[in-house]
Design a protein around this ligand. Structure first.
Ligand SMILES: Nc1ncnc2c1ncn2[C@@H]1O[C@H](COP(=O)(O)OP(=O)(O)OP(=O)(O)O)[C@@H](O)[C@H]1O
Length: 208
């Protein structure tokens, strides 16, 4: 169970988040929606423990993985090593199997810069799942991909979620992506941002 209780998050005098409270059950996928600049990435950084300067309390499991808008890979290490160095207990065989599952086993000996953007994103996703996270945080992992590559990524994400079963918090601008991956969506609005909607997708579709 993940418990988020952010009473106040500010940068200097500027309060960004105010009284953001929600729980995420084990294995549940929740989408966070809201306009650009509202504070979605800020909230994710608090949940991931990257930023610890805020008023409130967040209870999270130990094993957390995060996938950013831009794939964060080790550019000076080969594709296979991007898995095995980050997950030393994974082993060569399991790492190769992970690359095969995402369709880039042939590129195992290349460097990340020699992969297409879509392949880099798949590698970042596979690396996140390889640690069998209890909580996976996705910050708009499908932006600026062509429609077919974005669709491939969505399918891959769905498959990996089913196989691995983490709780997932997904930030997206796309209602369609939210509906596809999440059963529940939280909407942020205002300045400072608060939660103005917490609906399961069936309800949201009924209202639309
Ligand atoms: N380190 C920082 N210092 C000062 N202000 C910041 C910092 N990080 C974010 N902000 C401000 O906080 C606000 C929220 O930014 P954030 O990146 O969380 O928004 P977002 O909802 O994720 O936006 P987008 O959808 O465009 O990615 C913005 O006004 C931004 O300028």
């Amino acid at each position: 169970m993940i418990k988020v209780d952010v009473r106040r998050k500010a940068f200097g005098e500027s309060e960004i988040l105010h009284d953001i409270r929600f729980d995420v059950a084990d294995g549940e996928t929740v989408a966070i929606l809201g306009p650009s600049g509202i504070g979605k990435s800020t909230l994710l950084r608090l949940i991931a423990g990257i930023d610890t300067v805020f008023e409130g309390q967040i209870v999270c499991p130990q094993r957390i993985a995060m996938v950013f808008q831009e794939p964060v890979l080790l550019p000076w290490r080969r594709v296979l090593e991007n898995l095995t160095l980050v997950h030393p207990t994974l082993g060569d065989k399991a790492a190769r199997a992970a690359l095969e599952r995402i369709g880039i086993l042939d590129q195992a000996a290349l460097f990340p810069g020699q992969l297409s953007l879509g392949q880099q994103r798949r590698l970042a996703l596979a690396r996140a799942f390889a640690g069998r996270p209890e909580l996976l945080i996705l910050d708009e992992p499908y932006v600026s991909l062509d429609p077919q590559t974005a669709e491939d990524m969505l399918e891959l994400t769905e498959r990996l979620i089913v196989e691995t079963g983490p709780a997932v918090i997904l930030v997206t601008h796309s209602e369609a992506e939210a509906r596809r991956l999440a059963r529940r969506s939280l909407r942020l609005a205002g300045r400072p941002a608060t939660v103005v909607g917490d609906a399961n997708v069936a309800q949201a579709e009924g209202v639309a």
